[in-house]
Write a protein that binds this ligand. Sequence first.
Ligand code: GAL
Length: 449
Amino acid sequence: MHSNLFGEHFYWGASISAAQTESAALLDGKGLSIWDDFCEPKKKFFLSKHRIKNKHHIQESSDFYFHYEADILRLKQLGFKHFRFSIAWSRIYPDGETLNPSGIDFYKKVIDTCLKNNIEPWVTLYHWDLPATLEKKGGWTNPEIINWFELFATTCIHSFKEVKHWMILNEPSVFVGAGYFFGIHAPGKKGFENFIKAMHHANLCIHHIFKVIKNINPDLKVGSTFSFTHIEGLNQDVKHQKAAEIADTLINRLFFEPILGLGYPTEQLKIFNKKYFNLIKKEEELLKTPLDFIGIQNYTREVFKHNPFNPFLKIKQIEAHKRTSELTAMNWEIHPPSIYEVLKKINNYQSNIPIIVTENGIALNDQINDNSIQDSQRIAFYQSHLEQVLKAKNEGIDIQGYFAWSLLDNFEWAEGYYPRFGLIHVDFETKHRTIKESGHWFREFLGET
Ligand code: GAL
């Protein structure tokens, strides 16, 4: 397979995010983010509990802050022409309200390096690293978040004029679900009330910030990215199909349909259809947003079955390791048709908004031997997933680009540093970089024919 099958104008890129790669957490005026705090052990009486596997800490990640020039050159060497990265909010506004000019300077240098090398920057405004001071005021559960975000976004749009492609939020379903419902991601909040508030504010934020950016410059291309997992029922039995529908509503639809103007899909979630749902349903007409592109991020499929013992939703997830041995280092199932199914599903909404795959990739426990990393499983993953993307595109779905996750090995949130997603290996002690076989594979795939 060769990339030219996707057409001349297809955007090929690789993605990273600020918090996962930069390090330099307190350098040049940066403030703490919720992830800096979340990596600190939580003290309870005389005990302290680490919330990140192996006590890993986000502050010792891939040093992109110091290596950005060489990393962008590596991205170019692999044949990519587009680079998706995010801006650390707490580098620009360390306390949420006081501007830090050094933060602006850093991203100006990153953007200039891209442009000098004919790499198009695609910038995500929010990839999960809220300034810690704003979380003290309630974070995403406080409606003020929309004003705080407006200040940050406006500064970025005015300061980085060369950037033509912007993404407002990265995967709201994940940062809201994991961070404000299950408490397994920063800021570690739990419960239904936090979840509903954070979800609604995230949706309002996409809508409002889209308008703010377009008012500054209507020519900018403004999208947002959504996590989409392919969900199946255990088998064709109606009750398992119903369980899959409920899971799909919670995981995918709640965070996507309001933006398309379809309102909150609460019919499956009657059990929750109380106080908070009633409140947010009143504002659902406010959420329709004519995004310029939809960023889709898919990694796997999940299977659900009916479970009469679950008191609320009556569903149960069947974990991947109980049904297959085709697993990644995240214990996620490798299931290439998932990405095709997800793309078809997005297309069925008939929104007429182009789709860009802004993340897709695989975590492995890569080993370095004689300065090389033979990650043939990653190559097979990309090949098989790209075949599925091509199939969807050839069926007429408007897919305009594909970004691999990730350019570099990095901090995989609560999982720490062991699951490696990069096309480029990072030695986390020395910060030395080595291009993996999969990186070389991309160079050929994207190269001249
Ligand atoms: C996404 C997220 C990325 C990365 C990836 C792999 O949900 O946007 O930051 O962690 O998953 O797990």
